[in-house]
Structures are given as C-alpha cells and as structure tokens.
Design a binder for this molecule. Structure first.
Ligand code: SAM
Length: 292
C-alpha cells in the first residue's frame, strides 16, 4: 500500500512541490485525514465490481482511497493546475480516469458509457466544491444516469435541508427535489480541522440511495416541482396564499386552487412544510388541469 496523500505533511509537500495556491472561488478545501477518507469510502459500499464517479479530486486525497476500493474511478476536475499534480500523486493507480472539465458542462452520460462500460454498480463519491453543491447534485440526479447513489460531503446546513423530514424547519423544496429521487440521510458530521484550508462552515457527508420507483407518481414532474417551490416561496404564508401568489394567474384562480386542495384532501390553511411528498403529488395532480 502506498503512503497516503491525505496526511498533513504529505499534502504540504505536494503543495510546495507544485507551488500550488488554493482558489477559494473553486471551493478548494482539501481533506488531510486518512481516517475520515476511509469512513467516507466505507459508506459507499464499493467492491472491485463497482465504479466511482468523483467531482473535484484536488490533489487526489479521496481519489486514491476510491481507486483502492473500486474497480474504476472517473473524476472531474475543473482546475487545470491540478492535472500535473494528479498525474504524479495518482501514478501508482491504473484504474483512474481524470476528466479535465467543469462537471456542470460535461456529458456525464456519454462518459459513463465510454469509460465505465460494463460496471453495473456506480456510486458518486465526492468532497464537493461547496459553492456549486446543489447544481451538481441536481444535474447528476436529473440526467437519468445509471447510479446506485451518492456519498457526498457538503456544507452541513445543506445536508440537513436535503435530508429533512416534513414538519421540520429545514424541510423545503430542496428536500423534496432530492427525496423524489433518493432516500437521504446524514452519514457523518465532519469537523473543520480535517480540511486544508479550514472552511468557515461545518460539513457533513450525505448518503443518497436511488429509489427503485419514485415515492409518488405524478402526471407532470416539472409541474410537481414548480408546485413544491411555490408552496415554500414564503414560509410563513399558508399554502393557499403561496399558491395564489406564485402560480401563473393564481389570484384570479382562487376557486380552482381551493377545489384542487379539497380534491387532494389538503387544508388550505396548512403550510408547505407540513406536506409529505405524497401529499404534494396529489396536490400537483389536482392543480394540473387548471394550470396546463
Ligand atoms: N477531493 C479533494 C479532497 O477531498 O481533498 C478536493 C475537494 S475540494 C472541496 C473541491 C474540488 O472540486 C477542487 O479540486 C476544485 O478545483 C474542484 N471543482 C470546483 N468546481 C468544479 C466543477 N465545477 N467541476 C469539477 N471540479 C470542480
């Protein structure tokens, strides 16, 4: 086994060798604790028959742990300065493909087909750049990729919102947007001290496992998501008020909204945060004929 990249001393050595300076704008907070990395990778339940997709390898701290456990790793890095570093630090591993690209612009589906052909079990495992956590997750969730799930580090506050249950303060349209596709749980809370440089916020590892079937079947997914966003537009307002002010021509359609709420069995005076995904599904389907 090779010496870990992610010790404080080796990380310093690598940064010095390449004269690397962190770019805050790219969310560069590198992990410097091999135990944390082992724990993160453990939550992904990888075998040599699995492939891992990573976003943002940095200097390869997590990548090498993935390379040891998985059959193949495909990792997207936006920062060109890190390419020669990765070529050096990951040279002991022949099962890593670094893709120099902004993951948000990459053809992930096409790359899975070409680079990970034959792998039936694919997990996204990453210490995500915090400034784009949600867009990255939503892209990977909605592009219909053949993924089993995600084990991803992010700001703790975002992990709490994504995994929140109805009736809690953190529950909102982001919880529903993700839980429509996956079960969501916070797997680990991670202290600031295991990063270089240390971030200003607390971090958590979120584990998402894709549902075989969505928890609710709706007529129109896009409309369903727009109803959930409308319901949380102003958290102190009732569902009726939010739907009236957010849906197109909602004010004039008050009677239609009331009819739909009744049909879905949802009291107009309730607040969005009390509705389950199933209730939102029923409501969106009841509203659909009036707004489409
Ligand atoms: N995996 C490394 C670790 O844990 O030490 C680095 C994680 S660091 C939080 C995030 C990494 O994502 C950085 O290497 C950064 O350059 C990269 N990154 C930022 N935005 C990106 C994007 N849009 N696409 C791909 N990589 C990105």
């Amino acid at each position: 086994m090779h010496k870990d990249i992610a010790t404080p001393i080796r990380t310093q050595e690598i940064l010095k060798k390449y004269g690397f300076s962190f770019k805050k704008s790219l969310g560069q907070n590198f992990l410097i604790d091999p135990n944390i990395l082992r724990n993160i990778v453990g939550h992904a339940d990888l075998t040599k028959d699995s492939a891992a997709i990573e976003v943002g390898p940095g200097i390869g701290a997590l990548t090498e742990h993935l390379a040891r456990e998985a059959g193949k790793v495909m990792s997207f890095e936006i920062d060109q300065r890190l390419l020669p570093v990765l070529e050096d630090t990951l040279s002991p591993y022949d099962n890593v493909k670094i893709v120099h690209s902004d993951v948000l612009k990459a053809d992930v589906k096409g790359l899975i087909d070409s680079e990970l052909a034959g792998f039936k079990d694919i997990m996204v495992v990453a210490n995500l750049p915090y400034y784009v956590t949600t867009p990255i997750l939503m892209k990977l969730l909605t592009e219909n990729l053949p993924l089993r799930g995600f084990v991803v580090m992010m700001q703790k506050e975002v992990a709490d919102r994504i995994s929140a249950k109805p009736g809690t303060k953190a529950y909102g349209s982001l919880s529903i947007a993700v839980q429509y596709y996956c079960t969501a749980e916070v797997a680990m809370i991670v202290p600031k001290t295991v990063f270089m440089p240390q971030p200003n916020v607390d971090s958590a590892v979120l584990k998402l496992i894709r549902h075989e079937e969505p928890p609710v079947t709706v007529i129109d997914e896009e409309f369903f998501f727009s109803v959930t966003r409308a319901a949380f537009a102003q958290r102190r307002k009732t569902l009726l008020n939010n739907l009236q002010s957010q849906l197109p021509n909602g004010k004039a359609k008050k009677e239609d909204i009331l009819r739909a709420l009744k049909q879905a069995g949802v009291e107009p005076s309730r607040r969005g945060e009390t509705l389950s995904i199933a209730e939102f599904g029923a409501l969106a389907d009841a509203l659909h004929p009036y707004f489409n």
